[in-house]
Write a protein that binds this ligand. Structure first.
Ligand code: SAM
Length: 265
């Protein structure tokens, strides 16, 4: 029998959630607040240009990688832990005719299977918060960037302490569990050798996606009742309560969504 470490379990659990029918139903193909409009803002904020070589760490189904390749003419490598989503990412690139610009490979953000100094830019959307060893992931992102290369991140943030009733649900939303305050992320990336930070608040994008998920949870409930969808071990009642609480916490400024840009020093 193979022994899976707690950290590996978090990664597998996250990858498997984002490959589930429920994630697709609730979020579509783009698994981050702000959708491709915020991806495009991120691309502009890090000054992407034609022929830049970009790494998208934890690329999910490849929507952002393909979008950036089409919009900026850059070459994007998407990396993710989840094989099924990577297969879908390859299909998406083929369907858009950008396989020369967007390619995908399996790997772990905390041990990138890539050479030092390969990329002009590294991005990661709504994923850094899920990595158990953020310092290691930040060092890996710095390692694969060329000197002066750019970092662009959008991610969930938590300022202060999450209330107990929300903490108890964290196994289901590993994403929120690992989030920190924007200044925590900055400190982690500073330690990894990044400088020149710019931060933008995109809390409104998080509110939009949570409200959209709340509406869609009603559809999920109906589909499950009609036997058209298996909920697996998902507790829908708790899911609905969490979504409601998430809106309150976003409005109170406890949970947020932040764009961070920096440069490898
Ligand atoms: C919230 S989704 C975001 C996906 C994509 N960035 C997007 O915005 O659509 C989180 C992604 O992180 C991936 N992931 C989690 N841990 C990972 C790790 N250690 N290395 C690589 N990918 C990881 C999951 O498989 C999942 O696709």
């Amino acid at each position: 029998m193979t022994n899976i470490s707690a950290d590996q379990n978090v990664k597998l659990c996250c990858a498997s959630f984002y490959q589930s029918d429920i994630a697709r139903m609730l979020l579509g193909d783009v698994f981050h607040p702000g959708g491709l409009a915020l991806t495009e803002r991120l691309g502009a904020a890090i000054g992407l240009e034609r022929n830049d070589s970009v790494l998208d760490v934890a690329c999910g189904r490849g929507a952002s990688a393909v979008h950036l390749a089409m919009r900026f003419g850059c070459r994007v490598t998407g990396l993710d832990y989840g094989l099924e989503n990577l297969a879908a990412a390859g299909d998406h690139a083929r369907s858009k005719g950008v396989t020369r610009l967007a390619s995908f490979r399996q790997g772990d953000a905390e041990g990138l299977p890539l050479e030092d100094g390969t990329f002009d830019a590294v991005i990661s959307e709504c994923s850094f918060c899920t990595f158990p060893n953020k310092g290691t992931a930040a060092v890996e992102m710095a390692r694969v960037l060329r000197p002066g290369g750019r970092l662009g991140l959008t991610d969930m943030t938590i300022t202060g302490r999450l209330p107990e009733d929300v903490r108890s649900l964290l196994a289901w939303v590993a994403c929120v569990a690992g989030a920190g305050a924007p200044e925590d992320y900055v400190a982690t990336f500073q330690e990894a050798g990044f400088t020149g930070f710019t931060i933008e608040d995109h809390g409104e994008a998080l509110l939009d996606i949570v409200n959209s998920v709340r509406r869609k949870l009603l559809g999920v409930e109906l589909a499950a009742r009609l036997g058209r969808l298996s909920l697996g071990n998902m507790d829908l009642t708790e899911g609905k309560r969490l979504a409601r609480r998430a809106v309150e916490l976003i409005e109170a400024g406890v949970i947020g969504y932040t764009l961070i840009v920096a440069r490898k020093g």
